[in-house]
Write a protein that binds this ligand. Structure first.
Ligand code: TYM
Length: 332
């Protein structure tokens, strides 16, 4: 039986962090056996916010190395670089004619970026969700493993696909955001102010490249408070975030102990953070070491980039030929 198709991408705009791992990469690794997977580095997308390309090559290599270090097997999946698949750019062009400036201007990520970089509100930034839709639709994917922050982009992808199918005939399935057996995940930054992200405050972000001592230091500084005064009270989101991370890297017994302490109003955040820091360091260390070794092996990286591009282009060429026929761009 033909396996269902999965696509997802990560921008090479900085070091990967815990949010990228638990929102996206962990799902990639779990999906690689059962699905036909296409995972890529979104280097075109990075130009919308990072026009300086001096460090881009190193960053692309690092994202690939970190994905492999987390357990992704380039022999099982197509692991590639977006710009190696030019078919995406042509599909982006057709989809641009089916997207409206009003809906693009209302996109949350666009509004956030306008606030962050008012001096560079380029057209690529506005049409970012259209390019993302092209990444997904070019493989006619059904599932897109992403974190919660990408939910709106996925909804837009479905709208563009639906409009295309309605206007030109059925070419695309409607893809869904995906997280293994639960809701989409959002890891917050350690100061509790918004989501953990690659390029903002480094001291409140846990990177997969962080050394043990730095991990300890960052977690010990994470935001807490005086603790609950009523039993079984709802956790403020920055405390919930510590528990979320603990559920991801600590044993069930450990989590249960601190949950019980919290519910009985005798939780000691110092102890909780110390435990979390040790478990986190134990989780990150092997990924950091493996990624560093892979990143230095340029011959291996170059081989998998080429192999990934070949796999990704096979499906992309096929989709683009259906698209051209449907739109009416075949004259010979
Ligand atoms: P990017 O590079 O910002 O993030 C890569 C993946 O990590 C997830 N993520 C998080 N999940 C939970 N908590 C967080 N704090 C957190 N921060 C990031 C993101 O949801 C994402 O899954 N637009 C995309 C890149 C992209 C793409 C695509 C994704 C381009 N084309 C096609 C899927 C399909 C982005 O900026 O991801």
């Amino acid at each position: 039986m033909k396996k269902e198709i999965v696509v997802s991408g990560i921008r090479p705009t900085g070091l990967l962090h815990l949010g990228n791992y638990f929102g996206a990469i962990r799902n990639y690794v779990r999906m690689q056996d059962e699905y036909d997977c296409y995972f890529f580095v979104a280097n075109w997308h990075s130009l919308t916010t990072h026009p300086d390309t001096k460090e881009l090559k190193e960053n692309v290599h690092r994202v690939l190395a970190e994905n492999i270090a987390c357990g992704l097997d380039p022999e099982k999946v197509a692991l590639y670089v977006q710009s190696d698949v030019p078919e995406i750019a042509e599909l982006y062009l057709y989809l641009n004619m089916l997207s409206y400036t009003g809906e693009l201007e209302r996109t949350t990520t666009f509004k956030d970026k306008v606030r962050l970089q008012p001096q560079n509100v380029n057209a690529g930034l506005l049409t970012y969700p259209v390019l993302q839709a092209a990444d997904i639709l070019i493989q006619r994917a059904l599932y897109v493993p992403v974190g919660k922050d990408q939910e709106q982009h996925l909804e837009m992808t479905r709208n563009f696909a639906d409009r295309f199918n309605y206007r030109y005939g059925e070419v695309f399935p409607l893809p869904k955001a995906f997280n293994f057996n639960s809701e989409l995940i959002k890891i917050m930054s350690l100061d509790g102010a918004g989501k953990m992200s690659k390029s903002e405050n480094q001291m409140v972000t846990l990177y997969l490249a962080d050394e043990d001592d730095l991990i300890r230091k960052k977690i010990m500084k994470a935001k807490t408070d005086a603790g609950p005064t009523e039993s079984n009270s709802v956790k403020p989101d920055y405390i919930e975030n510590l528990f979320t991370m603990m559920r991801l890297v600590s044993t069930a017994d450990t989590v249960e102990k601190f949950e019980t302490d919290y519910n009985n109003c005798n939780v000691r955040y110092g102890d909780l953070k110390k435990q979390l820091a040790e478990d986190m360091a134990r989780f990150i260390a092997p990924v950091r070491e493996k990624a560093a070794a892979i990143q230095n092996d340029k011959a291996y990286l170059s081989k998998i980039i080429k192999q990934g591009a070949d796999k990704a282009r096979a499906g992309a060429v096929e989709t683009l030929s259906l698209v051209r026929k449907a739109v009416g761009m075949n004259y010979s």
